[in-house]
Structure formats: C-alpha cells, structure tokens
Design a protein around this ligand. Structure first.
Ligand code: SF4
Ligand code: SF4
Length: 356
C-alpha cells in the first residue's frame, strides 16, 4: 500500500490556489512520532510505498534521509515544489523512484499561480538533477482558469521531464479562483484535451508514447480493469500526518470521515478498504474507468451537485477521447508496434491520481 508521509506542514511558497503552510490547528508543523514508531507501522506491510509530502518535504531533507535509511519500503517517492532538489545528495536522489515537481506549465502561468520567478528556479533545479537522476521525473500541474491545457502540457514535455500529470484546481478551490468554470471547460479545457489526444494518437502511430499521465492512466484502467478511486485514497493509499494520525486522503486533515486512527493503534492491513466512494459514482456508467475520480470531492461536495456534475463533464470528455485512442492502441498492439505491457503506466501507485 501507499503511505504519504507529511515531513512538515511548512512550505516556502504561497501559491494562489493553496495558501502556503498547513495551519498548526490542522496538524503540527513538525513530525511528533519517532522513526521507530513509523518503522513499526510501515514495515508490517511488505509492499509499502512511501511518498514524502508536505508542506514542502525538502525543507526537511535530513528527516527524509533518516526515513530512507531506516524504514524498509519497496519504493520511495517525493512530491516537491522543486526549490531544494539540488540539495538532495546524489546517493539519496537515486533512492527515489519517482520525483513529482509542481510546475503549472509555461513561465507566465506558473509564475502567475506560484509566484514571480518560481518557474525559472524550478526549471534550473530540474535541469541540474536531470544529469544525475535516473528515476521517473514528473511535472505535476494544478490546472486553473489561466491554463491552456494543450500549451501547458506540450511546453512541459519539451523540458527534461519523463511525464506530465495534472489535477484540476476544483472543489477545494476558493470561490474567487474561477470566474466561469463552465465556459472554461467548454471553450478551453475540453477542446484542449481533444487537441492533445490527437497529438498523442499521432505520436502513437509513429511508435512514441508521450508521457501524459492522465491519458496513460485511463488507458491502463481500460486494458487492466481495477476497482475504485484511482488515487487509492482510503482503499490502499493513506496519509500519515505529522502527529501520527492516519488519513484516507492527504487533503483535509480536519474532516472526520478522513481520520482512520493512528500509526500507534492501527495495523496497515486493518486500514485496507476503510472508506468507500458514495453515489452517484457507483451507479455511473463510466465508474469502471473514472473510479469516482477523487474521494475527497465525492465526500465533500463543496461546489454542490451542479459543480460536481460540471467536473464529471471533464471526465466524460477525457474518457471519450481515450476510447478513441484505445481503438488505435489495440490496432497497434495487434500489428506488433507495441506490446500491451508498454501501456502499463504508472507501474505502481506513484501518487499520480490519474483522473485530473
Ligand atoms: S464521472 Fe462523475 S459521477 Fe461518474 S464516476 Fe466519475 S466522478 Fe463519479
Ligand atoms: S484525488 Fe482526491 S481523494 Fe485522491 S488523494 Fe487527491 S484529493 Fe485525495
């Protein structure tokens, strides 16, 4: 199972859609449990994947090194804003199987949402580590009203990333984040997805699989059906707060449905399948692919039912475009251009949530 470990609640940035450090009343800024407590809990799971998270986890590189050195896990992952990547010693850098770097696309869009000059710093760090880093380097975008999905994704694919992933900045976004979500979906996002799908399919025909995670993840769920929410929250993915609480989803440490116990009183296996997705997802015709998209959004209808359905419209469009791609892929597999296994991405739960 996946364990998302908050190394700290502190962040050095203050992005528009996030608001910076996690308030102390949601969780303490620093880890309160000992490495032995964590080890006792995580090592009962022989298939553990550890993902470092925050705040900004690389503000606590020493703690990350201590956990890598002392807690056995099959894979290590970090989700970072990229500022301190160059400070990870090379031997630890390559212990990380996946590094997800937050960046929102073109310079003007990244700097608008994340702060002036952020793009330039992050790209500099990514280029610096790329020379040594052999693992999967993923650009992770938050997509908002200023984002043009086709331009942002193709821009990031031109940088030294292996993959690009994104999440829509919806549901927990503050009201002022959007002027007209419905119009943006209709006029910008959905047409952009179609254009991107066309590019992806054209490249497939040339024998290339562009590293676009939501496309790859949806195709994987079509070719290897699996149950439930793609991020695994509450099923086989859990977050460990700095105070040792176990959460189904790392977002919203303050919600009751999200609290499942603590690392002191729970066995990993007892957590499996703790929280299930609610209607309308279970009866939805595309549930086998979408999986309910996001457990948090399913539980907290912060945009009401109308907003929920508008977001579903983006999923329906994505799935429709990937059905088109699937037909091409099956033909290419049949012709021997690809092996089916080449579409098995992500190879493990690397914290990419698949459905944006
Ligand atoms: S498309 Fe909407 S209703 Fe259907 S499974 Fe996904 S989130 Fe649920
Ligand atoms: S997709 Fe939703 S439920 Fe899953 S980890 Fe992200 S916020 Fe939580």
């Amino acid at each position: 199972m996946l364990y998302i470990i908050f190394l700290t609640g502190v962040c050095n940035l203050n992005c528009r859609y996030c608001g910076g450090s996690i308030p102390e009343e949601v969780m303490p800024h620093e880890i309160q449990y000992s490495i032995d407590d964590l080890k006792n809990f995580v090592e009962r799971d022989k298939e553990a994947i550890i993902a470092f998270y925050g705040g900004e986890p690389l503000l606590r590189i020493e703690k990350m090194k201590e956990i890598i050195d002392n807690v056995k896990a099959k894979k290590f992952v970090v989700q970072t804003n990229g500022f301190f990547l160059h400070k990870i010693p090379e031997e630890y850098l390559n212990r990380l199987d996946t590094i997800l770097v937050s960046i929102d696309g073109r310079p003007e869009v990244t700097n608008y949402y994340r702060g002036n000059g952020v793009y330039e710093i992050v790209v500099d760090r990514v280029k610096k580590i790329r020379e040594q880093y052999k693992g999967d380097l993923i650009a992770r975008m938050a997509v908002s009203e200023e984002s043009d999905i086709y331009s942002e994704v193709t821009h990031l694919l031109s940088l030294p990333f292996d993959h690009v992933h994104w999440q829509l900045n919806v549901v927990w976004a503050p009201d002022e984040a959007w002027h007209d979500f419905e119009a943006w979906v209709k006029n910008s996002y959905n047409p952009g997805i179609t254009k991107l799908a066309n590019l992806w399919i054209d490249e497939l025909k040339l024998g290339n699989i562009l590293g676009i995670v939501p496309f790859q993840g949806v195709i994987k769920r079509m070719l290897w059906p699996e149950q439930g929410v793609p991020c695994g929250a509450g099923r086989d993915a859990f977050a460990i707060a700095t105070d040792g609480r176990v959460l189904a989803c790392p977002i919203g440490g303050e919600f009751e449905w999200n609290e499942l116990g603590t690392i002191y009183d729970k066995e990993p296996e007892a957590l499996r399948n703790s929280v299930d997705i609610d209607e309308p997802c279970k009866s939805c015709d595309i549930y086998p692919i979408c999986g309910g998209r996001c457990l948090f959004a399913n539980k907290e209808r912060l945009w009401g039912m109308e907003g929920f359905e508008q977001i579903c419209g983006t999923v329906r469009h994505l799935v429709k475009e990937m059905q088109r791609a699937r037909n091409v892929i099956e033909e290419l597999i049949h012709k021997g251009v690809f092996k089916k296994e080449e579409f098995y991405y992500p190879p493990f739960n690397n914290t990419t949530e698949i459905i944006p």
